[in-house]
Every structure is written in C-alpha cells, then in structure tokens.
Design a protein around this ligand. Structure first.
Ligand code: AHR
Length: 502
C-alpha cells in the first residue's frame, strides 16, 4: 500500500474549556499482588534498597513520572484483607493465605511501610477497605487508626506502632469490584449499596474531610452494568463523592486497528456512567454532582496464559507480568487522551498498576527499567496539567469492533500561568502519516517549544531488561508555526506531544 499524507484539523478556542485537570487523573495503583510490593517497591537486602528496604531505583522512576496518588493495597487482594495484620512489630504479623491470587501474604510490608514509601515517592494515598469479607465496623476502625490524632484505642495503637501523627488519608475506596462474581464477598447491587452507604457514613462521622469512592462496574460488559450504578447511587448519593470505573483491553485477536480503537469503548463507558450519575441527580433533585474515579485502567492480556501455570501458595511469584509492546503504548496514549477529554467529570484515574504487575516499571536484580507504556504515561503526567480545551478533531474514521474510530485521537491543554499549550495526539493509521493543522492566532507569539515523538516500525516492538531503549521517545522538528497556523506531521503509528509557548 502506498504511503500518503492525510490531513487532520484541530478546532479549539482559548475560552471554551472542558475543565481543569485534576492531577489525580495521573494516579496509579500498587496491590499486594505478584512482585508489585515485594521486589518491586520493597526489597531489603537488594543493592538498590535504602535504609528502609525501599528500592531507590523504582522510587526514582516513580518521581520521574510524578505520580500524584497511589491506590493501595488492592484490588482483589483487599476483599479478604485484615488491615490489622499489616501493622505492629513485623515479627508478630501473621502470614496469611491469600485466596484472591492463590499466594501467601507475609504482611512484612504494611500500612506504615506504605505511608513511608508514599512520602518518599512524593505521592498521596488512596486507601481501599475490605467490604468483601468484612464490614462497616472495620471500615470505621481503619479510619480511626489512620486519621484520628490520638487518645482512642486505634489511634493510640498507631502511635504505639511508631506514627505519632495521623496519616490523614483523604481518599478512600469502599471495597473493590464488588459487582464481580470473582470477588471475595461479592454482593448484589442492593447488598453493596446498603453496606457501602453505611460504611461511608460511619467513616465520615470519624473524619468529615475524607472523600469516598463507591464501586461502579468492573467493566462495561458486566451483565449488571447500568443497573448496578443506578442502584448504588440511589442508595448512597449523599454519601459518595465518586463512582469507580475499571477496564482493561487486550489484543487477543491480533487485530491492531480494532485494539487501538478500544479507546472508543472507554469513551462510551465514561459517557454512559456520567449519564447514570446525572440521571440519579435528576430523580433526587440534587444539586450535588457525582464525579468519576477511573481507578483501574490499562492493557492486560500478555501474561494470562503464563499465569494459568503458576504454582499456588507461594510468596510473591511473577504474576501479571505483561511485557508491553509499542501498540500498547499507543493505546495507553489514546486512553490518557480519552480521560483528559472528560476532565470535567473524571477527577481520579489510576493506571493499573505501577511496578512489575501490569506496570510501566519493571524491576530485576540488575535494576529498574521502563516499559513502552511508561512514556505516554510519564509525558501526560508531566506535561498534561492546566485546563483542557474543548478539542474537535476532524479526520477520517475507520470501522472497528468498537464502532467508528477516528484515526487521530487528540486533546489540547492550556496552562495560562506558564503560558503553554500542549497537544497530545495519537496517529493510529498503520500506513499513513497525517498532517495536523491548528489555528493558533488567539495565542499571540505562539512558538514550538518541542515536539516529542514515540514511534516504531514494528507495533510488536518491546523494551526488555537487556534492551531497555528499543522503544523510546525522541524530539523531532515535525511541527512549525507560520502566520499563527500550526502544522505538525504525525507519523503513521505514533504518540506525539507538541509543546507550545505563547
Ligand atoms: O489490577 C489487577 C486486578 O484487576 C485487580 O486486583 C482487580 O481489581 C481487577 O480485576
């Protein structure tokens, strides 16, 4: 097929804003799963460990991304977790059978260790409670332990365990994927709605400043999707601040155009959940708006077959260790753009996960390295701050399993304080380059600061421990401004960050 340059036009207006980016849209997730905690962020005895046993090489990469908040400790793990097991003298902490992932949890790393790590990683914590095998009393106790100053049973226990000051955790997940039959303590929508509402009310009686995330659906294909959301919100509308969404995509069919169109499905999912939130708002005649926490999203499928062969009841095996290729990085870029385009309602989003387990960062005994998906995530987090402008992308579309998909995904952000405009764009066309044009005359004196490009001839190209720089971004001179008009060449199969100053 011959290569042609196709055209795409971006339309936006300096004053027509979607909303301010809540930096927590670039959050991530560490679960007690596989080698995320043990060997990922914590490995006493390793040459990379600091005085607390925390891996410095991993911390460096996390700080490079600038991760604003990390969800912890699960995931499916949390639904049978006893938080008390994870505090106090390490030699007294019980080793537990961990049914969610078929392993043994030693509890050597627990709440205090995580909070110490989070401080070093310069990140906030989103703490998930167990609403599977436990209930509202434990929900109350863990808030007392973490957030009450002192003078009570659990707050004094925390002080005795070495943390004089409260942890002041502000963001709490009311369970995890409670709609999923695989979840320990899985509930019907009605059961979950009652438990989560009462747990949330009690938690907030202890600390009125906390924010609460109720479980939405584990993905849009769940048979209970829609009804689950409306039932949960009708019960707990006044108690919850956010409703969660989770989704993972895979290219099992080895059809790259369909796979890259998955962001269309994500976009539909977000729009549908917003509609349900607003439907409940309307029937309640409420002035309150429920926002979205997309607290698990990523590509996940490469490790599925390998994980079926794992031995059971061992400690931190190599689990969910997807090695990401270049097309995964393109989709992650498109998913980030999709989240940003909904910045008015998506306030929290967690790339699941952060280290070793379906993660942008991998570790081994020789160090930590960046997977392909590291780059769009890191660049969006570093450069995608400010206000999202309502961005209309005119370009050709193609048919996919998810419906009509545009060849170009894009969004524009402005940062009036730093006088910058940032354009993120993915070209999903496997053959053709696109010339992107935009009218910048509203931004007088606008100049190209840099155009960063991530591209590769082979969509299956990967980074490995031995060859960590196979897929890496480069700066290029593909963008020009002439008479206030921007033209940028977006090569076929590429993630682009176009940074402008005015
Ligand atoms: O992130 C891996 C798992 O995916 C989480 O534990 C669970 O919440 C989801 O199903």
């Amino acid at each position: 097929m011959s290569k042609e340059i196709k055209k795409t036009q971006l339309y936006f207006d300096r004053n027509i804003e979607v909303g301010e980016v809540d930096k927590r849209i670039y959050s991530s997730f560490i679960e007690h799963l596989g080698r995320a905690v043990y060997e990922g962020i914590y490995q006493p005895g390793s040459k990379f460990a600091d005085e607390d046993g925390l891996r410095k090489d991993t911390l460096d990469l996390i700080r490079e991304i600038d991760v604003p908040c990390v969800r912890y400790p699960g995931g499916n793990f949390v639904s049978d977790f006893h938080w008390e097991d994870s505090v106090g003298p390490v030699d007294k902490r019980p080793h537990r059978i961990e049914p969610a992932w078929g392993v043994i949890e030693t509890n050597e790393f627990g709440m205090h260790e995580f909070m110490n790590w989070a401080k070093k990683a310069n990140t906030q914590t989103m703490y998930a409670i167990n609403l599977g095998t436990r209930g509202i009393e434990d929900a109350k106790n863990v808030v007392e332990y973490a957030n009450i100053k002192g003078g009570t049973y659990y707050s004094d226990m925390r002080r005795k365990n070495g943390a004089e000051d409260p942890f002041n955790i502000k963001l709490w997940c009311l369970g995890n994927e409670m709609d999923g039959p695989w979840q320990m303590g899985h509930k019907t929508a009605e059961e979950y709605a009652r438990t989560a509402t009462e747990a949330g009310k009690l938690m907030r009686l202890l600390d009125p400043s906390i924010e609460l995330v109720a479980c939405g659906s584990s993905n849009m294909q769940m048979p209970t999707f829609g009804k689950w959301e409306s039932t949960v919100l009708e019960e707990g509308y006044d108690t919850f601040d956010y409703l969660s969404l989770h989704t993972y995509y895979g290219n099992q069919a080895n059809n790259t155009p369909d796979f890259l169109a998955s962001s269309v499905n994500m976009d539909n999912f977000i729009s549908a959940v917003i509609s349900i939130c607003d439907y409940v708002k309307a029937i309640k005649r409420s002035n309150k708006k429920i926002n979205l926490s997309f607290d698990e999203w990523n590509v996940w499928y490469h490790s599925n077959e390998q994980d079926k062969k794992l031995e059971k009841w061992v400690e931190h095996p190599h689990q969910l260790e997807d090695i990401y290729n270049f097309e995964d990085a393109l989709l992650v870029g498109s998913m980030l753009i999709t989240l940003l385009r909904h910045a008015d309602r998506v306030k929290v989003a967690c790339l699941a996960q952060l280290v070793n387990v379906i993660a942008p960062i991998m570790t081994s005994d020789t160090g930590a390295w960046r997977q392909t998906i590291f780059y769009p995530y890191m660049q969006a987090s570093r450069f995608g701050r400010g206000v999202v402008l309502n961005t209309v992308v005119k370009c050709d579309t193609y048919e996919s399993v998810h419906g009509d998909a545009p060849f170009i995904d894009s969004v524009v952000l402005k940062d009036e304080e730093n006088k910058t405009l940032t354009i993120f764009a993915v070209n999903k066309d496997l053959e053709n380059d696109f010339e992107l044009s935009a009218d910048l005359r509203q931004f007088e004196g606008c100049k190209v600061a840099e155009h960063i490009l991530l591209t590769h001839d082979d969509v299956k190209a990967i980074n490995t421990e031995e060859n960590p720089n196979n897929v890496i971004p480069v700066t290029c001179s593909n963008s020009k401004i002439d008479g206030g008009h921007l033209t940028s060449v977006l090569p076929s199969k590429s993630w682009n960050v176009i940074r402008l100053t005015y």
